[in-house]
Design a protein around this ligand. Structure first.
Ligand SMILES: NC(=O)c1ccc[n+]([C@@H]2O[C@H](COP(=O)([O-])OP(=O)(O)OC[C@H]3O[C@@H](n4cnc5c(N)ncnc54)[C@H](O)[C@@H]3O)[C@@H](O)[C@H]2O)c1
Length: 268
């Protein structure tokens, strides 16, 4: 069933083949959307990565283009929005997936730079993109914005202050925008992933191993000991939730923070 037939979606932070951004883009393309794959490009390989993701989707018979966007750079965001309108004529869905783990670490040792990157990417990047896209959604009569927060946007863990504080802020932003733009038929929701196996979680495992908490295999298992479903999440578990929230299947959902976490921390 083509739940997103005729829709156009922009996805941020979608360069990595195992990441949630690319999964969201792929699942939306499979559901009939035309997708714009974006990520920050700081070296030639980064441009090659986003182009490879878009080519992968086109090779599978879907419509996709790649554009370089650092979400902290308004000029790049505006250029992306203009090019999307030129190319596809509209923007129906924005998946704000880009995120930075810079704010993970011991609170007393966190630097200004760690706080600044966390805020600039995890909160301000979403603000920047929403300000550029919402006027187009308003003109088109509606849209769906999905923000990738975290289970750490709903509850806390030690040694995650910069990440946790900004992912909480993203939930507040999501709820505010849902209230403010519901009148324009724009739905704004957050996804709160638990432990999803991506390059970011590989880094998380490394942190625990380096802290002497066990071998790679032990730490990898320990991190999902409390997950009710007993396994790591897959990026596609998030991609499926994105399609649900983006499509008319989620037509009366706005301002929601949806945990996609296999039952981890169900008591929150
Ligand atoms: N992996 C997990 O278990 C987990 C859990 C909860 C939430 N999340 C969130 O999910 C999202 C996706 O993470 P992932 O695990 O798929 O890892 P990932 O590393 O594949 O995705 C993060 C992406 O954000 C991009 N990014 C960082 N700074 C950027 C900037 N300034 N401009 C544009 N792009 C930028 C990175 O290049 C990367 O492609 C993130 O927001 C992350 O915080 C991840």
């Amino acid at each position: 069933m083509e739940l997103l037939k005729g829709k156009v979606a922009i996805v941020t932070g979608a360069a990595h083949p195992l990441g949630m951004g690319f999964s969201g883009a792929k699942k939306m393309a499979e559901a009939g959307a035309k997708v714009v794959i974006t990520d920050m490009v700081r070296e030639p390989q980064h441009q090659a990565n986003i182009e490879a993701r878009a080519a992968e989707l086109r090779d599978a018979g879907f419509e996709a283009i790649a554009l370089p966007v650092d979400v902290t750079n308004r000029e790049q965001i505006n250029a992306c929005v203009e090019k999307t309108i030129e190319h596809y004529g509209r923007i129906d869905i924005l998946f704000n997936n880009a995120g930075s783990p810079a704010g993970v670490g011991d609170f007393l040792e966190m630097t200004d730079q760690q706080w600044d990157i966390s805020y600039q990417v995890n909160v301000k990047g979403v603000v920047n993109f929403c300000q550029a896209v919402i006027p187009h959604m308003q003109k088109a009569g509606g849209g769906s914005i999905i923000n990738n927060s975290s289970l750490l946007g709903l509850g806390a863990l030690a040694h995650t202050a910069g990440y946790c504080a900004t992912k909480f802020a993203l939930i507040g932003l999501t709820k505010t925008l849902a209230c403010e733009f519901g009148k324009d038929n724009i739905r704004v929701n957050a996804i709160c992933p638990g432990n999803i196996w991506t390059q970011m979680s590989e880094l998380e495992v490394d942190l625990h191993v380096n802290a002497g908490e066990g071998t790679r295999a032990e730490v990898t298992q320990k991190l999902v000991d409390d997950v009710a479903l007993g396994r790591w999440g897959k990026a596609d578990d998030i991609g499926n939730a994105v399609v649900f929230l983006a499509s008319d299947m989620g037509s009366y959902l706005s301002g929601v923070s949806l945990p996609v976490a296999g039952g981890l921390a169900s008591g929150l």
